[in-house]
Write a protein that binds this ligand. Structure first.
Ligand code: SD4
Length: 344
């Protein structure tokens, strides 16, 4: 039955935000006038080469699901990206444990958490989605499943990441101080590692294909030097990633504990369902974290990235410095500075 109150609320929100982002790089993408055009967006600067791999699939008329899988495999395999996949920083026991998830246009999803020794956890997550009746496999069970399905066992700890871990061990207290860890590793490792190009976090990727279908992927080695067994937001459907093909998709980066507590990516998608444009939805999800824990929020970074069904996109973070990459027919290497609550 038609709900007039809901309709008026949604219309009012749409109207209130109608001007948001129409002229800014971070809000509107191809297809506004001439129907939907494919687009792929992803977190941080390493999103640029990842998007380009995804774009090959989209430009050939491929499925968004294939695009996001191919895209995030790029940083997964790149040892210079020390926060995703191979070469990722280990936990405080020196073990590289990976978290990944994927979600398609039908609401199917798959996930692995705390998985060791596999170069492409995103592809294992996809296999969990497609070959099992389950959503999530963890730890040894995830590894066993991967090995049984033809994935190769590799050593994910590179000499550079091992060195950074040993450096961290000199001063590390064995206590899970989650809310400052993000920053301490930012200060510690990347600047000391020669040749390191990238120093940020999780890759979350969202794509819209030529058929107008959405998919998303999220993959990470998690918080550097975490407690062994700690799982962040990234492999948790609704926290690190959510896609609803009727509305849009969202993904997150930063301190996963706060994202999980607020079911962040699901919240962003639900806000878009109510009429919020992507950036406004991301901002409201960030504000929810800040309002609940203002003192904690001063110390941490959380960023959300969102893409709606029309191909509009946006982002918002607690702290400044959250960049995201965009690739479409016009540009394959756009890097956008996401807006943030704190600006210094
Ligand atoms: C996590 N959100 O494990 C991920 C990793 C990240 O800053 O982005 N860390 O919490």
């Amino acid at each position: 039955m038609f709900d007039r109150r809901k309709f008026l609320k949604a219309s009012a929100l749409s109207a209130a935000f109608a001007g948001v982002g129409q002229t800014k790089a971070g809000n509107i993408v191809a297809g506004m006038a001439n129907g939907i055009e494919p687009v792929v967006i992803s977190t941080w600067d390493f999103g640029i080469p990842a998007n380009q791999a995804a774009w090959k699939v989209l430009a050939a008329g491929g499925r968004a699901l294939d695009a996001v899988e191919q895209g995030v495999r790029v940083p997964e395999a790149d040892p210079k990206v020390q926060t995703v996949g191979y070469g990722g920083f280990p936990d405080r026991d020196g073990r590289v444990t990976l978290d990944s998830c994927i979600m398609d246009e039908f609401g199917n999803c798959g996930s692995v958490a705390g998985m060791e020794h596999i170069m492409h956890p995103i592809s294992v997550a996809r296999m969990v989605m497609e070959k099992t009746p389950h959503v999530m496999l963890v730890g040894d069970g995830a590894l066993q499943f991967a090995l049984e399905n033809g994935f190769e066992k590799v050593n994910l700890l590179t000499p550079e990441s091992e060195k950074a871990w040993k450096e961290w061990l000199k001063t590390a207290k064995y206590s899970p101080v989650m809310n400052i860890e993000n920053r301490s590793y930012d200060k510690l490792a990347p600047k000391k590692l020669p040749g390191n190009q990238y120093n940020h976090d999780t890759i979350g990727m969202l794509a819209l294909d030529a058929k107008g279908n959405l998919s998303g992927a999220c993959t990470t080695s998690g918080m550097a030097f975490k407690l062994h067994g700690r799982v962040g937001d990234s492999p948790i459907i609704g926290a690190g990633l959510y896609v609803d093909n009727e509305v849009g998709g969202a993904t997150s980066t930063g301190v996963g504990e706060e994202v999980i507590r607020n079911v962040g990516s699901f919240l962003v998608v639900e806000l878009m369902r109510q009429g919020y444009p992507p950036e406004a939805a991301c901002k409201e999800a960030v504000m929810r974290i800040i309002r609940k824990k203002p003192e904690t929020a001063k110390q941490i970074q959380v960023g959300f990235l969102a893409l709606n069904k029309k191909g509009e996109y946006g982002a918002y973070a607690i702290q400044k410095g959250f960049s995201y990459a965009v690739c479409n027919k016009q540009r394959n290497d756009l890097l956008v500075d996401g807006k943030s609550y704190y600006n210094s």
